[in-house]
Design a protein around this ligand. Structure first.
Ligand code: PEP
Length: 248
């Protein structure tokens, strides 16, 4: 069976003290025979701390964003090369909060994915429809358009991506997609990836949107759900560890 991948997205939460306590608890709570891939996407300001805390552990360091630019006059941005210096293995790109609050277009998201790949960082490409789009019957068209932009940009590197389906209406709302709803969108994304790459099966397809300790097992049991992108529940070690346990 394919290894599952669980990634915590801390969003703009944490402090030096809280991060240390959370990471200690996660490291101590991971079973010795853990089979899932595990990573945490921390705020950029804490990447050095997270790298140090996770040194020698199998838990990967993730970033929540990456600049599409290589270097230069882009105040406030962090380049892929900079992230790489802090041991970053994954970078979220196109999280709905970035699309919504920072105006990130499909083209910008695609350029960010490319920038990450160029420095050996795996982009976790987030796609997902709003409630209005779902109600208008546009779910499939929206996620396919979002993913197509990235596929077009990265060319033969499609199999190096991670893709996260995150229905916007389920993020931070406590409303989770049902396992059937999530699976049916994942199947669409899987087919789209397969049409672009013979190695599409390698691409982990994560579900994100109020995944928690209680619903993770059912979601992760779906045939095309290869893991989870976890927001709120990633800030509580027992909940995060329960999700990881459901991913074995
Ligand atoms: C997220 O921010 O990627 C997310 C899935 O958040 P939550 O789990 O809190 O819905």
């Amino acid at each position: 069976m394919k290894q599952k991948l669980i990634v915590g997205n801390w969003k703009m939460n944490g402090s030096l003290a809280a991060n240390a306590a959370l990471l200690q608890a996660i490291k101590q709570g991971l079973p010795a025979d853990n089979k899932a891939g595990v990573a945490v996407a921390a705020p950029a300001a804490y990447l050095a701390q997270v790298q140090a805390e996770l040194a020698g552990s199998a838990i990967g360091v993730g970033a929540q964003d990456v600049s599409q630019h290589e270097q230069g006059a882009f105040t406030g941005e962090v380049s892929a090369a900079m992230l790489k210096e802090f041991g970053v293995r994954y970078a979220l790109v196109g999280h709905s909060e970035r699309r919504q609050y920072h105006g990130e277009t499909d083209a910008v998201v695609a350029a960010k994915a490319q920038a990450a790949l160029s420095k050996g960082i795996t982009p976790i490409v987030c796609v997902g429809e709003t409630l209005a789009e779902r109600e208008a019957g546009q779910t499939e068209a929206v996620v396919k358009r979002q993913l197509a932009a990235v596929i077009h940009q990265v060319g033969h590197c499609v199999s190096e991506l991670v893709v996260a389906y995150e229905p916007v209406w389920a993020i931070g709302t406590g409303k989770t997609a049902t396992p059937e709803q999530a699976q049916s969108v994942h199947a669409v994304l899987r087919a789209q990836l397969a049409a672009a790459s013979a190695q599409a099966d390698r691409v982990p397809l994560l579900y994100g949107g109020s995944m928690n300790a209680a619903n993770a097992a059912q979601l992760l049991a779906q045939v095309d759900i290869d893991g989870g992108l976890i927001g709120g529940a990633a800030l509580k070690a027992p909940d995060f560890l329960t999700i990881v346990a459901a991913a074995q």
